[in-house]
Ligand binder design. Structure first.
Ligand code: F0G
Length: 352
């Protein structure tokens, strides 16, 4: 039976005899081949569906490690800034570990499902009239002044936990893919994957992929090489103008022969619809930056035809029902509770 990341990858993680074996059975997520899109693009494309984690995003991998270590070190309170997924994971693992969880989020810029999770898991929620970068600055200062453990990805245990996704990909494919495509927000995840691929390669000779990270155009600080004061994108999860792991992301791209690139909101939404309609996979908008990026770079020739690519789908589509309803602009047809009327309508639809 799968017992979660701390059990399964114990030898690769800072797990000691004193570490509580916290688990919501995170990790071990599916790697799914995209049959239609692969054919269309002339590549071998897979998605790592991190939305299958217990709270619906990749954040569970890092959070299980960070919260277990906080508990081990005697802390009773964790704190984080978040665009939504980090706070959902923090709140869940804090509940599981019987700890207090405080989250600071940008008011009005959190997807509904993520906010619902923080509420349900019992976090103390502060919504500031500012963005993620402001919130992160606040929690960093606060954690220096008060006895609370910061669980944003500047906490090295988060990166340790998140690197396990790279291990799983190598195990699922037998070796690393040619290209790893991943959305970039605060840049912790691309940092973690690169660390994971390198560590697994050293131990098992599984090779190294090109790391290709994608920011949203309105929040593309790394691509522009400047802090964006007012980042904007429909992909609220990556609405970040001053990524904390900026230099590590650049390093991952450079060392691996990859690139940090940007995609527009239109490209993100196109990938979002395509993935759902043609592959049956519903990922949240920020996740689809990876697919949008693959489409962009296959078209430009930067990703070669025939490449084996893994795109990371970082979060579940159900997290953000509002963007889905707005993007599709489809409303159910309301009819009376009458078989004849309903059948006539369906037949009409079929014959059209
Ligand atoms: N995709 C999703 C769904 C995310 O929630 C995030 C980050 C990213 C991609 C980017 O990952 O920051 O490691 O580069 N969400 C953070 C949060 C910021 O607060 O939930 P990153």
């Amino acid at each position: 039976m799968w017992r979660g990341l701390l059990h399964h990858y114990r030898d690769y993680l800072p797990v000691t005899d004193k570490t509580p074996m916290l688990s919501l059975h995170e990790g071990n997520t599916p790697l799914i081949p995209l049959v239609h899109l692969s054919e269309k693009l002339g590549v071998e494309l897979y998605v790592k569906t991190e939305g299958a984690n217990p709270t619906g995003s990749f954040k569970d991998r890092g959070m299980v490690m960070a919260v277990a270590k906080a508990k081990e070190e005697g802390s009773d309170t964790i704190i984080c800034a978040s665009t939504g997924n980090t706070s959902a994971a923090a709140a869940a693992y804090a509940a599981r570990a019987n700890m207090r969880c405080i989250i600071i989020i940008p008011d009005g810029k959190i997807a509904l499902g993520k906010l619902a999770q923080a509420v349900m898991y019992g976090a103390e929620i502060v919504a500031i009239q500012g963005n993620f970068d402001h919130a992160l600055k606040m929690v960093r200062r606060l954690s220096e002044m008060a006895p609370v453990t910061l669980v944003n990805s500047v906490n090295p245990y988060r990166i340790e936990g998140q690197k396990t996704a790279a291990f799983e990909i190598c195990e699922q494919l037998g070796e690393a893919p040619d290209v790893l495509a991943i959305p970039v927000g605060n840049a912790g995840n691309i940092t973690a994957y690169w660390k994971g691929f390198k560590q697994f390669h050293e131990k098992h000779g599984t090779k190294l992929p090109q790391m290709r990270g994608f920011e949203a155009e309105g929040a593309a600080a790394i691509v522009r090489n400047e802090v964006i004061e007012n980042p904007e994108t429909i992909a609220t999860a990556i609405r970040i103008g001053n990524p904390a792991s900026w230099e590590y992301a650049v390093q991952a791209a450079n060392e691996s022969g990859g690139k940090i690139d940007e995609v527009t909101d239109e490209q993100i939404l196109e990938a979002y619809r395509l993935l759902a309609r043609e592959e049956g996979i519903f990922a949240e908008p920020a996740s689809c930056a990876s697919i949008a990026g693959v489409m962009k770079q296959v078209a430009s020739g930067e990703i070669k035809k025939g490449s084996r690519i893994v795109a990371v789908l970082t979060g579940n589509g159900l997290k953000d029902p509002n963007v889905a309803m707005e993007a599709m602009n489809v409303q159910p047809t309301v009819l009376p509770n009458d078989e004849e009327v309903v059948f006539a309508h369906i037949q009409g639809a079929v014959l059209q």
